[in-house]
Design a binder for this molecule. Structure first.
Ligand code: HEM
Length: 526
């Protein structure tokens, strides 16, 4: 009897002791960082919350508690530091060795393999060098034509859905547009997602982006082995196969066409684009003196398909959302369009040069990305000890770089909850104080592409539509943004009552499919 009792009590205690002993070194070092008290075994997991909204609120709560600095927290045996100090950002993002991604990126491996976004070490170095020329100025100019063509179709589509006083989900519409642009520029094919939205490939892209984000917030489904038992696993596998088959087929056909010297210009091919697609650049490139293997081609094309449309969808979405809330700024943007394009030719496409002259639009997009960055967090993993600003960050720590938090830091941005595009002319943030596209050697390779696309689409919307004020109580009358993000708890509670129904950052920027959508009203100007 006593023996059984001893085993029942002693064994769990021994297990806990063993578990804690294994973490001792990391705990000792990380205790030098400020952060919430943790329990044995679970760490701070019990405090995190379950939904993206709860998790984000928890992070902002701690951020205020710890003086808007970095803080550490533990999820079981996983040690994390949320990085919000520009000095740390600088060290991490400038490092040539601290380039391994956090384990949250593993969720993308099944689809993207180890492409530019997810790879590390010499594999990443070689690929980065090879892919950089794909964003050359001339290629970007070619891509601008595709952006223009597709955004004209998008405007036609908006005329249908925004007809009269219709309220519609803008984010949903923008998703199909950005998918069309990226398919055309990355692979040289048109899937016409704006019209064929129910096609299996179009839905597969949408579902896959959703699944990746949903799993990131679900501790069980995040685990590959446990996810296999989930009821949505079979559907996920089907989605994955649809995307893999589609991409591989396009690559094979493109190679065949090239082998037959059947250039993309030749009639009779299904390749609609007459210009070089990203895939063509890859097919002409070499790694270690040899052409890329089918797997390498697949990984890079898929990476572009993912990175290149999900991010720009929210980039366009939040900019247009802010138009609805900030009518004075919308009026200034419209005036800029008239000045640059001429009042009588607002219908035509803006040229590459005209887009670069749209200075107020540039400031507006910068401000939108400060408040609602399309990529709110990025993650790194320490493969060895690092000394950052005099403190040792031990091997085996996940560094979550809070891009979102930088934008709400009043030491960097005066009155951060005020929506004021002009601030970027007056108070220039340092290179690591505002990093929506990251910075340093692993910054966003598609930054110029993304900004060009967002500006092309948003400027066209401004010329063609008046984005009407929101019908709720949240239209800004004082220039402040309608969000609870970044507010201290007391102020947040006051605003919560108003905003709980609709807060784009909590529902969409945290990138789980928006609970309510991004509902807007527009009136045609023409
Ligand atoms: C608003 C739009 C976009 C934003 C805010 C954005 C932001 C970012 C950020 C923050 C990173 C760093 C990720 C990390 O370190 O884990 C990144 C990396 C990357 N982005 Fe973007 N991105 C955007 C659009 C695009 C587009 C349009 C493309 C391609 C056409 C693209 C391709 C990539 C790739 C391939 C990487 C990985 C680069 C590397 O690790 O060397 N992105 N992006």
């Amino acid at each position: 009897m006593w023996v059984v009792l001893c085993i029942l009590v002693g064994l769990p205690l021994l297990l806990v002791a063993y578990f804690e002993l294994g973490l001792m070194r990391r705990k000792r070092m990380l205790n030098k960082f400020q952060g919430p008290r943790m329990l044995p075994v679970v760490g701070n997991a019990h405090q995190m919350g379950k939904t993206p909204t709860e998790i984000l609120n928890r992070f902002f709560g701690w951020w205020h508690e710890y003086g808007k600095g970095n803080f550490r927290y533990w999820i079981g045996s996983y040690s994390n530091i949320l990085i919000t100090c520009p000095k740390y950002m600088e060290f991490i993002l400038s490092s040539q060795t601290l380039i391994s991604k956090a384990d949250s990126y593993d969720l993308m491996h099944a689809w993207l393999g180890l492409g530019l976004l997810t790879s590390t070490g010499s594999k990443w170095h070689k690929r980065r060098k090879m892919i950089t020329p794909a964003f050359h100025f001339n290629i970007l100019q070619d891509f601008h034509e595709v952006m223009n063509e597709n955004s004209s179709k998008f405007i036609d589509q908006l005329r249908k859905v925004a007809d009269g006083d219709n309220i519609f989900d803008f984010q949903e519409e923008a998703h199909y547009l950005t998918l069309d642009v990226i398919c055309d520029t990355a692979m040289g094919v048109s899937i016409n997602a704006m019209e064929n939205r129910s096609s299996s490939v179009v839905q597969a892209f949408k579902d896959m982006c959703y699944i990746i984000k949903m799993r990131a917030f679900n501790p069980w489904k995040r685990n590959e082995k446990l996810f296999r038992w989930a009821s949505d696993y079979p559907a996920y596998k089907r989605t994955l196969k649809t995307l893999q088959d589609f991409t591989n087929e396009i690559i094979e056909k493109r190679i065949e066409a090239r082998n037959l010297n059947n250039t993309p210009e030749s009639p009779g091919t299904e390749f609609v684009r007459k210009k070089m697609a990203f895939l063509d650049t890859l097919l002409s490139s070499k790694i270690d003196g040899r052409p890329l293997t089918s797997q390498e081609l697949y990984e890079e094309v898929s990476t572009f398909m993912f990175e290149g449309h999900d991010t720009t969808t929210s980039g366009v979405g939040f900019a247009v959302y802010l138009l609805s809330r900030h009518q004075d700024e919308q009026a200034k943007l419209f005036k800029e369009q008239c000045d640059i394009m001429g009042e009588s030719s607002l219908c035509r496409d803006a040229t590459f040069q005209e887009i670069s002259q749209m200075k107020y639009l540039d400031l507006f997009i910068k401000e939108a990305q400060r408040l609602y960055p399309s990529v709110p967090f990025i993650g790194r993993f320490t493969e060895k000890d690092y000394v950052i600003d005099g403190e040792v960050v031990p091997k085996g720590t996940t560094l979550n770089l809070g891009i979102l938090f930088l934008g709400y830091n009043d030491r960097v941005f005066k009155d951060p909850h005020k929506f004021r595009p002009e601030r970027f002319e007056e108070e220039k943030p340092g290179p690591f104080e505002y990093v929506p596209f990251s910075a340093g050697p692993r910054n966003c390779i598609g930054q110029k592409f993304a900004l060009l696309e967002i500006k092309t689409v948003v400027s066209k919307i401004i010329r063609n539509f008046e984005v009407l004020p929101a019908l709720d109580e949240l239209a800004s009358k004082d220039g402040y943004v309608a969000t609870t993000v970044g507010l201290p708890a007391a102020e947040k509670a006051k605003k919560d009552a108003l905003i709980h129904k609709y807060d784009p950052i909590l529902s969409a920027a945290m990138t789980l499919k928006s609970e309510n959508g991004l509902f807007l009203r527009m009136k045609s100007r023409l």
